[in-house]
Design a protein around this ligand. Structure first.
Ligand code: MLT
Ligand code: MN
Length: 296
């Protein structure tokens, strides 16, 4: 299996358009230790010919341009992208669907909750159902997205998207993780997770590869940096550091390769020369960057 990180940053990307934080300033001036990153998503393929996207970020168009494996190889209108799986309905996970218009056949998979949000927003009808059938992804049921490529969704603690907060939609199915399987060890993609539960730890135990959310270093990061009055938890994201954090909670599970993705521009581990990056590396984690390819 091949897996390509199309984008490694959280919503807003790195640098974020309206951030004048020190890290974003470094990224804008070409500092090699503050490499820009686009908003998160990955592409997976069992055969290197047909690719499934996990999430469609607003940066998807430039991500495809930057990724030769996703360039058309056949007819005048064609694409190796055969499907898209959505793990939530945040803007940074779904807005890129709009780049996939142009009467191109592909399958779209999401939970009934996320499909409901797409259905309620007529702009997504630009992906006409005769070309892009919408298929329900039920947690716990494996789906075959291509020959040799199976995915299984599982619920993770999360929250409804920012733009749906405070209205009447239930949040079941608002955020899922995905197990990717197909003749190799298990790979997991969990780009958004509010809390690490015993159930989640059991699931990830012994995995070959885990791509896990690394949005915030600490829960108060946005508040302390003056970026926002919201805590990480309030935004549906567990922190990387701390007792309940990702490094501490997923450290002893025998996971062969651990990679952070969906990293926010306020998270100091984004910077290659930070003390926090050194801690991450010492703990056996990597911080993804755009274009990182993992062969499994
Ligand atoms: C998040 O991951 O918390 C969201 O992408 C935030 C947003 O919608 O900007
Ligand atoms: Mn996000």
């Amino acid at each position: 299996m091949r897996l390509i990180v199309l984008g490694a940053a959280a919503g807003g990307g790195f640098p974020q358009w309206n951030s004048n934080g020190a890290a974003c300033r470094r990224a804008r001036t070409g500092d090699p230790l503050a490499r820009p990153r686009t908003q998160s998503g990955i592409a997976v393929s069992a055969d290197g010919q047909r690719w499934t996207l996990l999430n469609a970020s607003p940066d998807l168009r430039s991500q495809i341009v930057a990724t030769p494996a996703l360039w058309p190889q056949g007819a005048v209108r064609s694409s190796p992208i055969t499907g898209v799986v959505l793990t939530n309905a945040d803007v940074d996970a779904v807005a890129g669907l709009l780049h996939l218009r142009e009467r191109q056949a592909l399958s779209l998979w999401a939970t009934p909750y996320v499909l409901g949000i797409l259905a309620a927003n007529p702009i997504f009808d630009v992906l006409q159902p005769e070309f892009v059938p919408r298929q329900s992804l039920e947690p716990g049921r494996s789906i075959q997205v291509d020959d040799g490529l199976w995915l299984e969704a599982f619920p993770v603690p999360g929250k409804v998207p920012l733009y749906r907060e405070g209205n009447d939609l239930a949040d079941g199915g608002a955020s899922i993780g995905v197990r990717i399987a197909g003749g190799f060890g298990d790979t997991f993609f969990v780009p958004s997770c509010a809390r690490i539960t015993p159930d989640l730890k059991e699931r990830l135990s012994g995995a070959n590869l885990v791509l896990f959310e690394g949005t915030f270093w600490t829960d108060d990061e946005m508040i302390d940096s003056g970026a926002s009055p919201k805590s990480g938890r309030r935004m549906g994201h567990v922190s990387v550091s701390g007792e309940d954090g990702v490094i501490a909670q997923l450290g002893d599970l025998g996971i062969a390769r651990k990679v952070f993705i969906h990293v926010n521009n306020t998270n100091p581990m984004m910077l290659s020369d930070s003390a926090q990056r050194a801690q991450v590396v010492a703990a056996g984690w990597e911080v993804a960057q755009d274009g990182l390819e993992l062969s499994i």
